[in-house]
Design a protein around this ligand. Structure first.
Ligand code: F0G
Length: 462
């Protein structure tokens, strides 16, 4: 909140008022039971109309502001050189200080363009932890994606403030072994729990990379949340505005890829920004095949307008304080109910450690899936399993499965969508759930696809 408001107050009030409302679906317990059975116990197969609290993802699920909606009405839908493109370009340049800003329809298309332009078969591309789609795009180019998260993130209860950091010792070793086409720093580090990366870590990584002539790419999906954490936690930067912290962060980047569906507060969109003019030209040549002409990149003019406004709004510190405190409030409440959770709390989601919360269910009977089903059944809440269903490795010849390192359940908070009373209701329901955790059953998979099985798998309770 601004100085006049009490930042220590227990009640987190949303720093906005509501202008448009959307009724929540309120299916009965019987209707939910029917829906989850029809979905073969896979939450991705549920129709959204059967979900009351949809915490499946924070991606593309933001509520836009009155300013964003009114900017959409000014969208210029000209095929080439639309006014909306120049507004988008100015917003991205203003934020990142990077010359060439190219719109894409979402984050993964920016990653695909970067990979097509720079990655060759046999390359090894290191990162603090690649998001799934970044990894997939690197692997699709015949290279391998290497995760180098810092050791502190292995212990889910360690209070280390920057668990998203890259391990610099391991990075140096990789750089000595061969020359990668680039390194990816994902801020915040989604795959390890939405954990932030420190400015010191980015600066040190940049110095190392520069010595080896390797470009630094920032995956900026949640850059504003990361920069707010830096302001709150990194000595020396507590008095710097989040906007200035963001400018400093991007000053280290040779390129930025962004899924605007997160911290640009829009329902679709993304971009790639590069300093190198030659690379920008290569990308513009490649993108016409799949994304569209370089001044719209698969977006409507109105989408670029909303994106440009969102990039500005997300840096409002009263919004960011509310955002980060809401996640922390939800996480502390879940912990107080008796669940084991990943700490410190990240920027966009609470992660329940289902392996530790439901120790009677073995990893290969998917404790995270079991918890997701019960959360839906009992309170209409949709979460996502991030454990052995999603990340376990299966040998397709023998059917042998290796479990994931952790059995987590992610509850991602859409931006500006749910209020504190929604969270209080969920916490009340969760506290009635903890005494019966030991009764929850494991699951087995009855059908699955070869790739990304979690989206379409069918389950049966054991
Ligand atoms: N990078 C990060 C860090 C992400 O979290 C995502 C998407 C992407 C890139 C890809 O962006 O979806 O616009 O193509 N994350 C979503 C999630 C899907 O639920 O965490 P996209």
């Amino acid at each position: 909140m601004h100085a006049d408001f009490d930042p220590e107050a227990l009640t987190i009030f949303e720093p906005f008022r509501v202008k448009t409302v959307e009724p929540l679906p309120l299916p009965s317990r019987e209707e939910r039971e029917l829906a989850i059975r029809r979905a073969a116990f896979n939450l991705f197969a549920l129709p959204a109309a059967a979900v009351t609290f949809d915490f499946l993802t924070d991606s593309g699920t933001s509520a836009m502001s009155a300013r964003q909606w009114s900017a959409m009405m000014t969208g210029d839908e000209s095929y080439a050189g639309a006014k909306s493109f120049f507004r988008f370009e100015e917003a991205v340049r203003g934020l990142t200080g990077i010359e060439h800003a190219i719109p894409t329809h979402q984050g993964r298309s920016a990653e695909a363009l970067l990979a097509k332009a720079l990655v060759k078969p046999g390359h090894v591309v290191p990162g603090n932890t690649h998001f799934d789609t970044t990894r997939a795009n690197i692997e699709a180019a015949g290279a391998s994606a290497l995760d180098l998260p810092c050791d502190e993130n292995e212990d889910s209860s360690s209070p280390f403030p920057f668990k998203g950091n890259v391990d610099l010792v391991k990075l140096e070793k990789v750089l000595k072994d061969g020359k990668p086409p680039f390194f990816v720093m994902t801020v915040t580090n989604n795959s390890v729990g939405g954990q932030p990366v420190s400015m010191a870590n980015v600066a040190a990584a940049k110095a190392l990379l520069e010595r080896h002539g390797v470009p630094l790419v920032i995956d900026a999906a949640r850059f504003a949340e990361n920069c707010f954490f830096i302001q709150q936690r990194e000595p020396g930067l507590e008095k710097t505005s989040v906007k200035d912290i963001a400018a400093k962060l991007f000053s280290y980047a040779d390129a930025v890829v962004m899924s605007a569906k997160k911290d640009a507060l829009v329902n679709t969109g993304g971009f790639i920004a590069v300093r190198d003019g030659g690379l920008a030209e290569t990308i513009r040549h490649l993108m016409v095949l799949t994304e569209g002409f370089p001044t719209y990149g698969g977006l409507a003019g109105r989408d670029m307008e909303a994106l440009a406004v969102g990039l500005e709004e997300v840096l409002d510190e009263s919004y960011l304080r509310y955002r980060v405190r809401s996640v922390e409030y939800f996480g502390s409440g879940i912990e107080a109910c008796g669940f084991r959770v990943v700490k410190p709390f990240g920027g966009h989601a609470v992660y329940i450690d289902a392996g530790k919360s439901l120790p009677h269910i073995p990893a290969l009977q998917y404790p995270g899936q079991s918890l997701c089903v019960e959360l839906y059944r009992r309170m209409g809440l949709r979460a996502v399993e991030v454990g052995s269903v999603m990340l376990g490795r299966r040998d397709h010849e023998t059917g042998h499965e290796t479990p994931a390192p952790k059995e987590l359940v992610r509850l991602a908070l859409p931006r500006r969508v749910y209020t504190q009373s929604h969270i209080d209701y969920l916490l009340e329901k969760m506290s009635s759930l903890t005494p019966m955790l030991s009764e929850f059953k494991g699951y087995r998979i009855t059908r699955q696809s070869r790739y990304l099985r979690h989206f379409t798998a069918k389950f049966e309770p054991l």
